[in-house]
Design a protein around this ligand. Structure first.
Ligand code: ADP
Length: 631
């Protein structure tokens, strides 16, 4: 992760934001167009009023011709109304765009997460980086949002400076008459140059001070990383429905509050933020305000002295004071925006460090032809695998062939490598040694989406969505209702479906509908199994989705599933041997290796084998126990 204190050059500031500009434009077209239009309109519209008011006052103080005054007055009112209208409309448009921008910028991260190698998604560093980016955004808007927001300020600053410069030129060029005596010094080019320098310096001073304050704030953001994490974890504890019972039972809110209070960024002891606000942040911000007050004073002084000496009329005083103040203000806006963009750089570095995580898995292009005979054969050839960053092998020299249409079981104690085996089969990871072949060809050579289409896996920790039941089953908004219904009935959900108020259209859970239906763990499992059936893939895998059930209930579900799997190749994973004894072939995993293979009877016959030992160790759970009276 980059450090916030790394040196930041203007070149890098420009380059990284140019890249952000292109990325944001792709996700949210028109976002910058509306920024430029609104920024320019907001900056330029006051000048029209300033200019026309000056003309009116000059006419009132001079010839007072009604033929000139009336059109000027009408023009001033009409243009003020029109500009207010246009700026107001642009502001609305910008606000709508902002809402769209906030949603779209999240898609950048969601798309990256979806396209990333699974091995990277699994890494703690990836999650740290992502949550760091989210925290910087939530904490002080750093990242894409800050860039977009400041882009508008840059447009506003540039347009404002241009407009003010046009209205101010004559302030410096109109000479004081020779009769003004000592005041003719104001006409000297050297004096004018000095004055412009002094004005520019004072105008720059304010935003520079503000930028220093911003730098300190950015540093505090870095120091507050841990506090922010604590806040993210404990701040919303009570909102988590799933934790409701635990929180009440063990009074967890008290301990959450303790951590929140000791780690709060607003806590004097734990955080540098309050100290920095009282100290450097406060002092620099105050100096910034002070500099702009001095600047306004200087401008008034110069304009009034020049008017006093007779260089221009009283109306022009309004114009020049207004224009020069706006010039200084817009210079300030521009300098401050550039400074903020500079302090945004470290946060953009984090964003691009995340977005640039490379895809290292080879992506093949072969298609897995849709075979009506489902003659797909998968083979593990001497496969060994270690998780990234781990020194121990999760799988070692695994050789297995799936025979088409058969029922295969993968059993073994927890941690023996069963889930890892499935993850490799689904190519969530590539093995470091050996090959996995589909119909004799390395699975890496296939198009990944095509390959994934061959598998339906019901994972241990499957998740359903707060969406209508049918959409959950089909994974789509438009789906074949008859097939979805059949899948649910086959999965044993038929009776429950019949009692659901809106059948397939019944909303699951209550997040988005008051009349949503909460389903039990067992019912959720059936829906997950129906989802796998609806996909109708040639391989169907149950990876202990029944872990929460007792061994007998699990065995019943697995046996029933056997009936509905039809011509599919079904793979059952479990650490409970009783669930899988009906399978054609059972592979026993132990410490990442396949140590035994065969049917239940064959394996049980080997009295020295692991299967025999495990079977007898577990037998108490699924063989009827003699009652105390019988014993
Ligand atoms: P099982 O499914 O049989 O319970 P797993 O395949 O989940 O076993 O785990 C096999 C081994 O790999 C275990 O030692 C486990 O600690 C390790 N392991 C599992 N997932 C990861 C991971 N994401 N990173 C590192 N090690 C892991």
């Amino acid at each position: 992760m980059t450090s916030k204190s790394d040196k930041i050059t203007m070149r890098e500031t420009f380059q990284i934001h140019w890249r952000a500009f292109k990325d944001v434009r792709r996700y949210c077209p028109g976002a910058f167009g509306v920024s430029i239009l609104y920024g320019a309109a907001a900056a330029l519209s006051p000048y029209v009023t300033v200019y026309l008011s000056a003309r009116i006052i000059n006419e009132l103080a001079g010839a007072r011709r009604p033929g000139v005054l009336w059109p000027l007055a009408v023009l001033a009112v009409a243009s003020a109304a029109a500009l207010t209208f246009v700026t107001g409309a642009l502001l609305r448009w910008k606000t709508a765009k902002e809402a769209q921008f906030l949603e779209r910028k999240n898609r950048v991260f969601a798309d990256k997460m979806m396209s990333m190698d699974f091995a990277d998604i699994d890494k703690t560093e990836t999650h740290d980086l992502r949550s760091q980016i989210a925290q910087s955004e939530n904490w002080a808007g750093f990242g894409f949002y800050r860039f977009w927001d400041q882009f508008e300020k840059v447009a506003q600053g540039l347009a404002g400076i241009l407009g003010a410069a046009v209205l101010t030129v004559s302030l410096f060029t109109l000479p004081v008459p020779a009769s003004a005596g000592v005041f003719t010094v104001l006409n000297r080019p050297a004096f004018l140059a000095l004055l412009v320098l002094a004005l520019a310096f004072t105008a720059a001073l304010g935003p520079l001070c503000d930028n220093r304050a911003m730098d300190h704030l950015a540093r505090c953001a870095e120091n507050s990383r841990f506090s922010n994490r604590v806040f993210h974890c404990f701040g919303f504890l009570a909102d988590d429905k799933g934790r409701g019972m635990d929180i009440r039972m063990y009074d967890q809110q008290k301990i959450a509050r303790h951590y929140m209070e000791t780690e709060s960024v607003f806590n004097d002891r734990a955080s540098s933020l309050p100290r920095a606000c009282r100290g450097p942040i406060g002092v620099w911000a105050a100096l910034g305000s002070c500099a702009s007050a001095i600047l306004t004073g200087l401008i008034y002084l110069f304009v009034c002295v020049k008017a006093w000496a007779g260089a221009f009329g009283v109306g022009s005083i309004t114009q020049y004071v207004g224009a020069v103040s706006a010039l200084a203000k817009n210079m300030g806006v521009l300098i401050e925006a550039l400074g903020v963009l500079r302090s945004n750089v470290p946060f953009m570095r984090d964003i691009y460090q995340f977005l640039d995580i490379p895809n290292q898995m080879y992506q093949g292009s072969l298609t897995t032809e849709k075979r009506s005979d489902r003659q797909y054969e998968v083979e593990f050839q001497d496969v060994s695998f270690r998780y990234p960053g781990s020194s121990t092998w999760a799988l070692r020299h695994v050789n297995i062939k799936f025979r088409i249409g058969r029922r295969m079981a993968v059993v073994g104690e927890n941690g023996s490598g069963k889930t890892t085996f499935i993850k490799l089969l689904c190519r969530l990871y590539d093995p470091q040694e050996g090959h996995i072949l589909l119909n004799g060809i390395d699975i890496r050579k296939y198009n990944y989406r095509d390959y994934m289409g061959l598998f339906s896996v019901v994972f241990q920790d499957f998740q359903l969505l707060a969406q209508p039941l049918g959409e959950n089953v089909a994974g789509a908004r438009n789906y074949d209702r008859d097939r979805a219904q059949k899948a649910l009935v086959d999965a044993g959900f038929g009776d429950r479906l019949a009692s659901m108020p809106a059948g397939l259209d019944t909303m699951l859970y209550k997040e988005f509908a008051e009349d949503g239906v909460d389903v039990s763990g067992g019912e959720a499992q059936k829906i997950a199994i129906a989802r796998a059936l609806y996909k109708d893939a040639p391989f169907i895998i149950l990876d202990e989705p029944t872990a929460a059930l007792d061994p007998i209930a699990e065995a019943e579900i697995y046996a029933k599933f056997n009936d509905i799997a039809g011509d599919k190749t079904a793979v059952y994973i479990s650490h409970r041997l009783s669930s899988c004894k009906f399978c054609d072939e059972i592979a026993v995993f132990d410490h990442g290796q396949v140590i035994q293979r065969g049917t239940h009877e064959q394996l049980l016959a080997d009295e020295a084998g692991k299967y025999h030992a495990l079977w007898h160790a577990q037998a108490q759970y699924y063989t009827p126990q003699p009652s105390p009276a019988e014993a």
